[in-house]
Design a protein around this ligand. Structure first.
Ligand code: BTN
Length: 327
């Protein structure tokens, strides 16, 4: 069986978006016999693709298997750059490490690294990121924006807005953002974002945006130490969620919003971020490396800095902290 033809056949069926394509048409397009088409279809069904055969009309792809097969994701993509170059690893220590390496080897803007399992997933503040096999989205995106390094931190906030929009689009759930970049459902974390920078005297060489999204885990799939604070899209919606659609949707919104940020500045995205925020307008405790402050979270600045007003009336700019709501 020619594997390339099998993959191209899936791409063709995905692109048909639920309309039937006849066996004869596929045979003509691929220069093979109708029997060969049928054999490829059977092979795909064995791999978990659900393909309906409608009399006198042809084949319709009705469901994809729950894998992160990059050619399937690429057939779903609606982006110009993000994900057009995609690396898939069955298992790796961290997609951040792989993406840093690729960025140093001149990987183009929009390159994506995806894996099924991370053995040493990295979180913010040198924490570990639990990355259960086959249940989540563990992905790093390389961006090469032509902006000065001081404009880099906002990309984390832009990414948070993009991921929230994608979760809404694919699942109908209504996530919130906890400053700076945790995405919550019913107060529990479903997504973390880690942005790292490669820069030199000429400015930003690459931004490596790591996204960890809990998709189809059940409570017992999480380490006991995070079971009470973590959740997944499946736990909140009750349904299995299509990870490929979600990756495609995240990359779509990330491309749209990062281009908007680069072209027009942070204003519009700041408003969107604030509208999704669970932090703004609430009393919070901000734990930083050297001190802890309590007060009202009033908003974020154009630079993404959290504005916290303490009871003595002073306004503090918070650059990096762990935030807890205090009511
Ligand atoms: C956080 O601490 O909230 C950030 C977590 C970021 C996790 C993602 S998973 C994909 C990428 N690879 C990593 O090792 N970390 C990020």
């Amino acid at each position: 069986m020619n594997i390339t033809v099998t993959r191209k056949l899936v791409q063709r069926l995905i692109e048909a978006q639920g309309t039937a394509i006849s066996g004869q048409q596929l045979a003509d397009e691929f220069g093979i016999s109708r029997t060969a088409v049928w054999k490829h279809i059977k092979e795909l069904e064995e791999q978990g693709y659900r393909i309906e055969s409608v009399k006198k009309k042809g084949y319709i792809l009705s469901a994809l298997p729950d894998t992160l097969e990059p050619t399937d994701i690429q057939a779903l993509l609606k982006t110009g750059r993000l994900g057009q170059n995609m690396h898939f690893l069955e298992s790796c220590p961290s997609t951040q490490i792989a993406a840093h390496q690729l960025a140093q080897e001149d990987a183009p803007d929009g390159t994506v690294v995806l894996t099924e399992e991370q053995t040493a997933g990295r979180g913010r503040m040198a924490r570990r990121w639990h990355s259960a096999a086959n249940k989540g989205i563990w992905m790093s995106v390389i961006l090469r924006p032509d902006v000065p390094p001081q404009k880099a931190p906002q990309f984390t906030l832009v990414t948070a807005v993009a991921v929230v929009r994608a979760i809404e689009q694919v699942t109908g759930l209504k996530p919130e953002i906890k400053w700076p970049n945790d995405i919550l459902l019913n107060g529990k974390k479903c997504t973390g974002i880690l942005t790292e920078l490669q820069s030199d005297a000429d400015g930003i060489q690459a931004l490596i945006i790591g996204i960890g999204l809990n998709v189809n885990q059940l409570r017992e799939d999480f380490d006991p130490e995070v079971q009470d604070i973590a959740t997944s899209l499946k736990m909140e919606s009750g349904d299995d969620v299509d990870r490929k659609q979600l990756v495609s949707s995240i990359l779509y919104f990330l491309e749209q919003y990062s281009d908007l940020y680069i072209a027009e500045g942070f204003g519009m995205l700041k408003l969107m971020w604030e509208s999704y925020s669970s932090t703004i307008g609430r009393p919070v405790r901000a734990r930083m490396a050297k001190e802890t402050l309590e007060g009202m979270a009033e908003g974020i600045t154009e630079d993404g800095v959290l504005q916290l007003r303490t009871p003595d009336g002073k306004l503090h700019g918070i650059y990096s902290a762990d935030i807890e709501m205090t009511n």
